[in-house]
Design a protein around this ligand. Sequence first.
Ligand code: F2R
Ligand code: MG
Ligand code: MG
Length: 313
Amino acid sequence: MNRSLPSVEDRFAGCLLGLAVADALGAHFEGESPEVLAYRYRNAEDLIQNPPAGELRYTDDTQMAIGVAEALIARGQIDEEILYRQFAANYVPQRGYGYGSRIVLQAMVDGGDHRYLARNLFSEGSFGNGAAMRVAPVGILFRRDPVRIWEQARLSAIPTHTHPLGIEGAQLVALAVGIASTLDVFDRQDFFAALSEMCQSIEFTSSLVRAACLTNARDLGQLGNGTEATDSVVTAIASFGLTPDSYVQTIGNAILVGGDTDTIAAMAGAISGAYLGRAAIPEHLLGKLEDNYQGRTYIEELAVKLYRLHEAP
Ligand code: F2R
Ligand code: MG
Ligand code: MG
């Protein structure tokens, strides 16, 4: 399909704002079943055209992505100490954090042994999707370097997610963002092949194979809709892969899957925004996104700073 190509700067804004808008919209439906959502909305378009009334407030997904972006801007790459500091400085429990992340972040704020907690709260650490939901700034900044994306995404995960599947979920989302942001034309088989090439676990590899074969958004739920990385990361990637030319379809279908709707939509929205650019995000949603401290304007400023970093010699 012919399309007017977004500029690289526009893709940076599309990625960060695409994440925030999708997270904030998806948050209204968190925990809902796909059956109830199908009863309320005819399809993705219907959902997007009829969003809940009032301001769209983002959740932990965007709050932590802001921390990742700030850490990258501060050092040009992930620096463990800076990332801890940003996560702690931005911690607002009311944004709705995962159980494990809440405990680890509170320890960062209180000066507790957060490293020990991150490794031991769960056996082998967390495999929740909390590292994947916030990693998009890594993918867009290192967009032309898959090996760097893979390593930087790992570093961005470990403050809270040390389990190999929690880390790999983040690596896959970052890579999907990076690849999408470099494409003029989308080729589904090439896209999934590039992700599978880097993938190490059986869990994600088999899920990517299934995602590459999906032909109908109604089947997205087969890939999962929960808070574990293996239950949500590939669902989000597959939603983008089904409708690469429409941000509306991509995040609408991601929400209609139900369950962890803010996070599945946030990951899908970041990838879609990186491919389509800011203009693909409906103005009526963007205009409803909160714009107070660290709101829409601030997120857009972060995107500009990340872009300048990307362009710097
Ligand atoms: N938590 C929520 N939403 C519910 C609360 C929202 C409510 N409206 C409110 O205001 O409070 N959303 C956020 O959590 C998800 C990200 O979670 P994260 O950061 O990965 O947390 P955690 O606890 O590390 O992992 C999530 C769950 O996965 C299971 N799990 C993880 N590792 C495990 C292991 N090694 N063994 C067994 N189970 C493991 C646990 O059940 C974890 O609690 C996002 O949806 C974000 O939006
Ligand atoms: Mg959330
Ligand atoms: Mg969530």
